[in-house]
Design a protein around this ligand. Structure first.
Ligand code: SF4
Length: 227
């Protein structure tokens, strides 16, 4: 019989993985199968880390000129696209903001790239440095960030209604901004979705597979018993 996941703390990565494929969740968090990423993925992750660090330091008002000089030509283009984006018109509040949120008997934990404010509204910013960003591929991240940050900002009395919060994905490779808005209906839908996944994780005895055409990109492809 599969062991039950007893932890009461849920990260975005954990919930997102179950949402993508329960079998993938089992291989990662229950069987603890360790897979070494291929070199392309490791390079992409290094670029992501470099850009996230520079943007974070820059937003905090630090001198990043030496770090910028050390970037690769491709990374310099991503940095240029960030600096010239429309976010310079927004008021910066925080970057690399880590949060813990209590929902029922569970804790949700995560970290957003940055939070901005404009008038009475708040904007979560998330930058993407990969070559094939699509909002469709980060639907659960959207759910998690909007729901959690709304609860946190409402508790701090920064905002009163979901429509005052938005999430912007900054696609630095395509040099475009995808704006996602929030409202009362989405608040209920997202809360239900998050709790539903937690309940499934806690009650699941059968981590079925989500065999899709994306399986070939899954890092557990070779370890997956269904393929
Ligand atoms: S290969 Fe496909 S079915 Fe197997 S764990 Fe990955 S996503 Fe799930």
């Amino acid at each position: 019989m599969l062991s039950k996941d007893n932890t009461q703390t849920y990260t975005l990565a954990k919930l997102q993985m179950y949402d993508e494929c329960p079998q993938k969740y089992k291989l990662c968090y229950i069987d603890r199968v360790h897979i070494v990423e291929n070199i392309q993925k490791l390079n992409a992750s290094k670029t992501g880390t470099n850009i996230h660090n520079i943007v974070n330091f820059y937003l905090k008002g630090m001198d990043v000129s030496k770090l910028v000089n050390a970037l690769s030509p491709r990374e310099k283009i991503l940095w240029h696209n960030f600096k010239n984006s429309e976010i310079k018109n927004l008021n910066y509040i925080a970057s690399e903001y880590a949060f813990n949120l209590r929902i029922d008997e569970y804790w949700l934990t995560g970290r957003i790239d940055a939070l901005f404010e404009t008038g009475d509204d708040y904007i979560i910013l998330d930058w993407k440095t990969g070559e094939s960003f699509s909002p469709e591929n980060v639907k659960f991240q959207t759910t998690f960030y909007l729901f959690c940050m709304y609860e946190i900002l409402k508790a701090k009395k920064y905002l009163k209604e979901p429509k005052q919060l938005s999430l912007y994905y900054m696609d630095l490779y395509a040099n475009s901004l995808v704006k996602i808005h929030f409202d009362d209906d989405l608040y209920i839908k997202y809360k239900t979705q998050i709790l539903d996944i937690i309940n499934k994780i806690n009650n699941s005895a059968n981590f079925f597979c989500n065999k899709t055409d994306k399986c070939k990109q899954c890092k557990y492809y070779r370890a997956c018993p269904y393929l």
